[in-house]
Design a protein around this ligand. Structure first.
Ligand code: ZN
Length: 375
């Protein structure tokens, strides 16, 4: 994302039901959203509920600095969707405990009034539990109403000492290291609480001790690895291509990109399969940057896959982007689920192909492609 096309936004987050779980989970869902690019996350702050019953549970609050190509209303409705995913039940009681609360506090320098909300969120300048996390993540962001920085606004909100204090027991794992005190308890890292809990349970099931030294941080590492290895779900073809399609009048020679390394996971065993892809097309007025072809392969490889579908999806994506005269894709992969379990010989590989347009209709085009791939 280039900054010119995207608005900078600050999202305020709060939770007081299972907050150790829901706050990090909300940040993870924001991070995976295709139209929201999380730039930084504040520390977590703990505060007593404002205006609620005396025995209401304390809140965790945080703020996220992000870029988005969504409109303010579009962003708000995506935040509502994430709240729904995380089990938020909306009631008429504004002080009711909630799993998660996501609000657009700022959206660039937009000052606007919508049907039931406004920008900036007026509470960003008046409520300590909102102003403090915002100032923590984006101290120099200028409030378009007052012309003051969020840091100055934070100094102006009156909060009794200790009313809003940083949470030191939870530290947000990379890539969004919480800032502030460096003496956080390393084992308190969280990234994807639900996923981590499942990995921990899995370790127990196979007879391991998740508390032994070598495994203490394994659920966190697995969660991060899974996020990376499946980030194809959170990426769109548009995003990958990002306008790198060029006019090429008269170009009608085969374009071939081969030896494109890929790493995927089979959907039957969730074990890796990997290898090389060859992608060829005959243009019809449009071409694409060569590096983008590799990114299209990654887009579909970084999901749970079967090799045949991966091959077809890459071919169909090239058709969608370029509308060429034809496309050919050949993928050669080695599947750990077969190799490790001794079902097949170690050195065997699986070859799949997908042909579209002239590659399908014209045997000469197809054999030219196959010869180039082999050569
Ligand atoms: Zn498998």
């Amino acid at each position: 994302m280039s900054d010119q096309d995207f608005a900078q936004t600050i999202i305020a987050i709060g939770s007081n039901i299972e907050k150790e779980r829901y706050l990090p989970e909300a940040i993870r869902l924001l991070r995976r959203h295709r139209s929201i690019e999380v730039r930084d996350v504040s520390r977590f702050f703990e505060s007593s509920p404002v205006g609620g019953p005396a025995d209401a549970p304390d809140f965790f609050n945080a703020a996220v600095l992000a870029c988005t190509d969504l409109s303010p209303q579009g962003l708000r409705s995506e935040l509502r969707h994430i709240e729904d995913v995380l089990g938020r039940v909306r009631t008429d009681d504004p002080n009711a405990p909630r799993t998660i609360d996501l609000d657009v506090a700022y959206y660039g320098d937009v000052v606007a009034e919508f049907e039931d909300w406004q920008l900036p969120d007026p509470e960003a300048a008046t409520k300590p539990h909102i102003a403090i996390p915002i100032a923590d993540v984006a101290p120099s962001f200028v409030d378009p109403v007052s012309g003051k920085t969020t840091y100055d606004l934070m100094l102006g909100v009156s909060a009794p000492p200790e009313a809003v204090k940083p949470v030191t027991s939870i530290r947000l794992a990379t890539p969004y290291e919480a800032r502030g005190p460096e003496d956080f308890d390393q084992t308190g890292d969280v990234y994807a609480p639900q996923l981590e809990a499942l990995v921990r349970a899995q370790l127990l099931e196979i007879g391991e001790d998740p508390e032994r030294e070598g495994l203490v941080r394994t659920p966190l590492r697995v969660a991060k690895a899974m996020d990376f290895l499946t980030n194809g779900y959170a990426t769109s073809l548009d995003e990958v291509v990002n306008n790198a399609v060029f006019d090429a009048e008269g170009a009608d020679e085969m374009v071939l990109v081969k030896d494109v390394e890929f790493y995927s996971m089979c959907e039957h065993h969730m074990l890796p399969f990997f290898g090389k892809a060859a992608v060829a097309y005959i243009p019809q007025g449009k071409i694409i940057g060569l590096s983008k072809v590799a990114r299209v392969v990654d887009l579909f490889a970084r999901r749970l896959q079967v090799q045949e579908r991966l091959t077809n999806q890459v071919a169909d994506a090239i058709v969608e982007i370029l509308d060429p005269q034809g496309v050919g894709v050949v993928i050669e992969g080695q599947h750990l689920c077969m190799m490790m379990r001794g079902v097949q010989k170690q050195d065997s590989s699986t070859v799949t192909s997908a042909m579209r347009g002239t590659f399908k209709r014209d045997p000469r085009t197809r054999s030219e492609f196959i010869d180039l791939v082999r050569g």
